[in-house]
Design a protein around this ligand. Structure first.
Ligand code: ADP
Ligand code: MG
Ligand code: MG
Length: 254
């Protein structure tokens, strides 16, 4: 069952075309990895899906559960079940992490027609999820991401994801800057979330993450397009040979 369908997507930022006819289809139950050289438009694609205001869609369409995703505000996309874990999670000084997570959780629950949780009920739930991510409960008391290390911010993003249980989770280079223990724990969180009802899109530079979260499909992005799709073995080949040969082949094929 198709969850996300992207057709000929074109998008620009500050008047520069970045996405140039991108096609991408995701079914429920699948894990996709998007790889590609720096500057190929991977983060742009993730942000366009999330509805980031700085990016203009100049062509194509995006259907999420058969509906036009592009006409929804970023908030409505999140409520509809699209989650983007950022490459650089933001700090929100003065806002308690627990309060922030509970608000996000209750907003999504309300959208799904479920009851909100009061602070005590939420506390039980969030602590259970934190155990899975080997996070100390002390992170609940602190301001959102303020003074968190890079790895702690990313665990906090995955905590948010684990609470919201999105149907489409997009992780933009969540693995960059993680040491091997944090990588294992973050992967554990993602694998715990993955089910036959949802889908995961991993944007990554490195094959390493894909040893922990095994993708069904690996896509190579170059100059704003997906130029090659393969199975998990493609990631190993990229690790060995780089991207140039695929870009050359794509160019030769026109
Ligand atoms: P990737 O994630 O694959 O490394 P990005 O999507 O971050 O690539 O960037 C794609 C291209 O878009 C790059 O050339 C980058 O410089 C450009 N770009 C991204 N964001 C902006 C912006 N806010 N203003 C101008 N150019 C941008
Ligand atoms: Mg990059
Ligand atoms: Mg990027």
């Amino acid at each position: 069952q198709t969850l996300l369908e992207v057709r000929d997507l074109c998008a620009s930022v500050n008047g520069t075309d970045i996405l140039k006819g991108l096609n991408f289809t995701v079914k429920r139950g699948e894990v996709h990895a998007i790889m590609g050289p720096n500057g190929s438009g991977k983060s742009t694609f993730a942000k366009v899906l999330a509805g980031h205001a700085a990016y203009q869609v100049t062509g194509g369409e995006v259907l999420f559960e058969g509906k036009n995703l592009l006409e929804l505000s970023p908030e409505m996309r999140a409520r509809a079940g699209v989650f983007l874990a950022f490459q650089y999670p933001i700090e929100i000084p003065g806002v308690g992490n627990s309060q922030f997570l509970r608000l996000a959780y209750n907003t999504v629950q309300a959208e799904r027609g479920h009851d909100e949780l009061d602070p005590l009920e939420f506390d039980d739930l969030v602590r259970e999820k934190m155990k899975l991510l080997e996070m100390s409960p002390e992170f609940l008391e602190r301001s959102v991401n303020e003074g968190f290390s890079g790895g702690e911010k990313k665990r906090n993003e995955i905590l948010q994801m684990a609470l919201l249980e999105p149907s489409l989770a997009i992780l933009d280079e969540t693995d960059s800057g993680l040491d091997i223990d944090a990588l294992r724990v973050v992967s554990q969180g993602v694998n715990h979330l993955a089910s036959k009802d949802n889908a995961i899109v991993l944007v990554t530079h490195y094959q390493r993450l894909l040893n922990y979260i095994v993708p069904d499909y690996v896509h190579v992005m170059s100059a704003g397009r997906i130029i090659r799709t393969g199975g998990k073995e493609l990631a190993l080949e990229l690790e060995e040979r780089g991207y140039d040969w695929i870009e050359a082949e794509a160019e030769a094929a026109g």
